[in-house]
Design a protein around this ligand. Structure first.
Ligand SMILES: NC(=O)c1ccc[n+]([C@@H]2O[C@H](COP(=O)([O-])OP(=O)(O)OC[C@H]3O[C@@H](n4cnc5c(N)ncnc54)[C@H](OP(=O)(O)O)[C@@H]3O)[C@@H](O)[C@H]2O)c1
Length: 336
């Protein structure tokens, strides 16, 4: 039987018999473990918080994909600050349920669902028309909706779905609302992108929207979000309209339904260990929407409520201009 009265590691005697040494060692190990778990929890699971207390009374905000996840949490936070909030969602039942829930929680009756399906350019045009006819102003446009798919699904116009929804739909929407944003200046456009942009490439010879698989298609659409923000900030320069892009963090939302089946089966473990809540995930969007003095950062990328450097491909002027021109053609805006 092993001798438990003395344990040594090299020259160190870790356990030499007397009771108080064992207790001391146990306490040290427990405290170290607790500190490691707390540090891990803080670094991985807790996001930087938007600390700005600005109210939004009298301001109008549009948030796409606001019936769930990061979009819904953002809508809730901005409604709490007194904004008139338009929930631009594709499903009437989910959109109205979110409208009810946010009104109940905030007591703000200026929260309204409006139908918007970003996978149909017709729907985007109808939404923009209806909004411009009904609303006097637009202070903040939050392009939040997003999809991941296997690369084979298509929009109504036949474009690859994640590129069509995440980039083209929002590109068209923003351009159709640009005059309203200008006349309500100072105003902001916020594009919810992702760090996944770093895996993205834009191949114009491939018709830009070819099927390149789930991850690459999503990454390409998120790179397009950054290049769109970069170019938009130049186009609206001097008009008091700012454009920001952001990464919300790794967040536990319904976006998991778009994961590959094998990843979905690991979702509970991944969520527990690595993902933050939707409330945490909304913080950088809220910061970009309400923080004072951000105009000087127009065109920039935010993460953890702070400006981040981006990879050279995301601030490539030539690429951004080309994407803008091709996107105008793909949305028929060149003819309008
Ligand atoms: N979660 C993350 O870890 C993470 C990380 C980086 C970036 N992001 C980005 O954060 C944004 C929000 O994602 P989330 O995590 O909150 O995802 P989510 O819970 O799946 O929410 C996505 C929203 O987009 C809407 N949507 C999808 N297709 C649409 C369409 N054709 N037209 C209009 N709305 C549409 C969805 O509506 P339905 O409910 O009707 O489907 C839903 O409201 C996305 O742009 C995503 O790429 C998320």
């Amino acid at each position: 039987m092993a001798d438990l009265t003395s344990v040594t590691l090299g020259q160190w005697e870790l356990w030499d018999g007397p009771q108080y040494h064992r207790i001391f060692l146990g306490v040290c190990v427990s405290v170290t473990l607790l500190m490691c778990v707390s540090l891990y929890y803080y670094l991985v699971k807790v996001a930087d918080r938007c600390t700005c207390t600005t109210r939004l009374d009298g301001k109008t905000v549009i948030i796409t994909g606001a019936n769930t996840g990061i979009g819904k949490e953002t809508a809730l936070a901005l409604a709490q600050r007194g904004a008139r909030v338009i929930l631009a969602c594709r499903s009437e039942s989910r959109g109205l349920a979110a409208e009810r829930d946010i009104r109940e929680k905030t007591g703000n009756s200026g929260v309204h669902f409006m139908r918007l399906d970003l996978s149909s350019q017709e729907s985007v045009k109808e939404f923009a028309q209806e909004f411009c006819n009904a609303e006097e102003r637009l202070d903040i446009l939050i392009n939040n909706a997003g999809v991941i798919n296997d690369g084979s699904a298509r929009t109504a116009e036949g474009y690859e779905l994640s590129f069509g929804v995440n980039h083209l739909g929002h590109f068209l929407l923003t351009n159709l609302l640009l005059e309203k944003l200008k006349s309500s200046a100072p105003s902001r456009v916020i594009n919810v992108s992702s760090d996944a942009y770093q895996l993205g490439r834009l191949d114009f010879d491939d018709g830009i929207h070819g099927n390149i698989g789930r991850v690459k298609s999503y990454a390409r659409s998120k790179l397009a979000n950054l290049l769109f923000t970069h170019e938009l900030s130049k186009i609206v320069e001097g008009k008091d309209v700012s454009a920001f892009a952001l990464h919300p963090g790794s967040i536990d939302t319904d976006i998991k339904r778009n994961w590959a089946w094998w990843l979905r089966s690991l979702a509970p473990i991944i969520s527990f260990l690595f993902l933050k809540t939707s409330t945490e995930g909304a913080q950088t969007t809220i910061h970009c929407a309400v923080a004072d003095g951000l105009q000087k950062h127009s065109g920039k990328y935010f993460k953890g409520c702070r400006v981040q450097k981006v990879a050279p491909i995301a601030r490539d002027d030539k690429l951004a201009k080309k994407l803008w021109r091709v996107s105008l053609e793909m949305t028929g805006l060149t003819n309008s």
